[in-house]
Design a protein around this ligand. Structure first.
Ligand code: NAD
Ligand code: TYD
Length: 352
């Protein structure tokens, strides 16, 4: 058996990744280390919680003694590091939390891994999951390549950029075997409703305004979360140690077009008259420092390792909308307490 330690496994991408690993690798044990912040939710993993190959450890990645004890207990050979504060708007309200988890937490993990793996580094991997936002903002032309200079603008992207640099420093200075991937915007079930797509779907369900920042002309490159997990698996098993791989959906959308498309699919799936959803679109004050456009060039991953996105966008959007409409207990649990306070502060209106 090979033991993989996944950080942030109770979050959106982490929970999909754990399910993917257990499904595709019968000889893997997975230890999920998660602090269960507002974004962490063990309901995301209900279907695997009784699997004997799965263990949950509640811990903060910035807590060195706790992480050290977890390494001693489970002796992982692989770390898949996803734990992070992940929402740009929250990073504008509370940047300190992003420095603590994304920078200090990542360095803490690197130090503990280096200490525990020092005797034999050759069969270990520290895989850092990062974002395309570290590259900054594009104009109308061009796409991010692995050698695009870093140019982060938000406290979130700055903290992720810093963590990427520390991971590379541990490889170059201490010989830690690392892999890094930088991915575009993910979508799918279990995404916390502060993010654009679930926020729009849930507000559509309730007839609430759909807040589009600025003029809605910012562009994002959307990827089905399962395609991201398959890319991580592919890079973990075939990627060259020390290398970075960009992952993207080759699927650019202006926010306003995306929100309109979700409205159309929502009306169709719920049998409402066409055009009902779009009437709720409301343009609101722009996000400060809002990056204009992200687009990924994933040629390296495609040519070296043969990965390609597989899920057609409309099919993925339909599945996502249906999931949020049929998982009411999950929605009710996450849209409570802290989230209601955040929503009011961010949008100036109450959710309930
Ligand atoms: P998420 O916010 O849904 O989940 C983050 C998880 O990390 C939660 O379970 C939370 O409890 C946990 N966590 C936070 N702080 C912690 C701490 N100090 N110690 C232990 N656990 C902690 O995030 P996500 O969207 O699943 O993103 C996962 C990773 O992928 C992040 O590193 C993010 O930067 C990266 N990423 C996300 C996207 C995207 O579109 N969501 C795209 C590219 C890269
Ligand atoms: P988000 O899901 O927060 O991801 P990111 O900022 O990491 O790309 O936002 C996606 C895009 O949607 C981004 O350009 C900001 C915009 N947006 C809105 O227009 N309204 C909203 O309420 C939110 C949350 C985002």
């Amino acid at each position: 058996m090979r033991t993989l330690l996944v950080t942030g496994g109770a979050g959106f991408i982490g929970s999909h990744l754990i399910r993917h690993l257990l499904d595709h690798h019968p000889d893997y044990r997975v230890v999920n280390v998660d602090a269960l912040t507002y974004a962490g939710n063990l309901m995301n993993l209900q279907d695997v919680q009784d699997d004997p190959r799965y263990t949950f450890e509640k811990a903060d990645i910035a807590d060195a003694p706790a992480i050290d004890a977890i390494f001693s207990r489970h002796q992982p050979e692989v770390v898949l590091h996803l734990a992070a504060e992940s929402h740009v708007d929250r990073s504008i309200l509370d940047p300190g939390a992003f420095v603590r988890t994304n920078v200090v937490g990542t360095v803490t993990l690197l130090r503990v891994a280096q200490k525990h793996w020092a005797d034999k580094l050759s069969d270990k991997v520290f895989y850092h999951v990062s974002t395309d936002e570290v590259y900054g903002s594009l104009g109308a032309e061009g796409r991010f390549r692995e050698d695009t200079p870093y140019d982060p603008h938000s406290p979130y992207s700055a903290s992720k950029a810093a963590s990427d640099h520390f991971v590379r420093a541990w490889h170059d200075t201490y010989g830690l075997p690392v892999l890094i991937s930088n991915c575009s915007n993910n979508y799918g079930p279990y995404q916390f409703p502060e993010k654009l797509l679930p926020l729009v779907i849930l507000n559509l369900r309730e007839g609430k305004p759909l807040p589009v920042y600025g003029t809605g002309e910012n562009v994002r490159d959307w990827l089905w979360v399962g395609d991201h997990c398959r890319a991580i698996d592919t890079i973990l098993h075939g990627g060259r140690i020390g290398q970075t791989y960009n992952i993207g959906g080759d699927n650019e959308w202006r926010n306003i077009d995306l929100v309109r498309r979700v409205c159309q699919l929502f009306d169709e799936l719920t049998g409402r008259p066409a055009g009902t959803g779009e009437r709720s679109i409301t343009f609101v004050t722009d996000r400060p420092g809002h990056d204009q456009r992200y687009a990924i060039d994933a040629t390296k991953l495609q040519t070296e390792l043969g990965w390609r996105p597989q899920t057609p966008f409309d099919a993925g959007l339909r599945e996502t909308i249906n999931w949020y409409l049929t998982n009411e207990a999950w929605v009710a649990a996450v849209r409570s307490g802290e989230y209601l306070r955040y929503y009011e502060e961010q949008y100036g209106s109450r959710l309930s």
